[in-house]
Design a protein around this ligand. Sequence first.
Ligand SMILES: Cc1ncc(COP(=O)(O)O)c(C=O)c1O
Length: 244
Amino acid sequence: MAATSADTNDTLQARRVAAIPRGLASSLAVFADHAENAALWDVEGRRYIDFASGIAVLNTGHLHPDVKAAVAAQLERFTHSCFQVTPYASYIELAERLNALAPGATPKKTIFLSTGAEAVENAVKIARAHTRRNGVIAFSGGFHGRTIACMSLTGKVLPYKAGFGAMMPEVFHVPFPMAYPRCHARAFSGSAPDAVQGEHRSCACRGNHHRARARRRWVLHCTPGVLAPTARPLRSARHRPDHG
Ligand SMILES: Cc1ncc(COP(=O)(O)O)c(C=O)c1O
């Protein structure tokens, strides 16, 4: 049943609790009815400013006219073909545009995936296939998604990992290198030297010195990525001869 004028936030919350597992948590018990640009109205007609914007993925705001027109135009042509079965030009065109925007002089290629977790999983697969190495370094405090591999990469144990059993092996967490040591995120982060040392420690603690040679540094963009990492530890690892 879609939302009707009889629905309130309370009635929808009761239906949600009965129909949807509590493991899928929501930040608010406020149910969206419609939205425009940065404003969002709930089912009771209250207006909010939508600072959350789908966790910062709605840069255009709600119902941008160009986005609406592009969706409408696509739905006049075909709904879904699966690029792996029947490819289409707009996939290639978007990849070309992103490749042109990506920094650096090397040639670029792009793959589109359905979710953030799928993107992270495939980044790890691509890195492993290319380097023939297993290890992945991730930042403590980061969040990477809800699959087993992404949960393993996630740096926070509570609430994301507790109770879910064994994690993927060969994941090494280091402090996030950031330039704001007094900020509230300090508990999950460290200075640039901390991050370099943390990487050594994470191997040493596990008795995995030999693994250090078998690892490839992967900088996985994660939730604390809103704080730009300082470049030094990344460069330091890049230029160490045992990190191919
Ligand atoms: C930083 C970050 N990485 C990965 C994910 C996982 O994305 P998805 O929920 O689309 O799998 C999210 C969102 O939940 C995220 O915020």
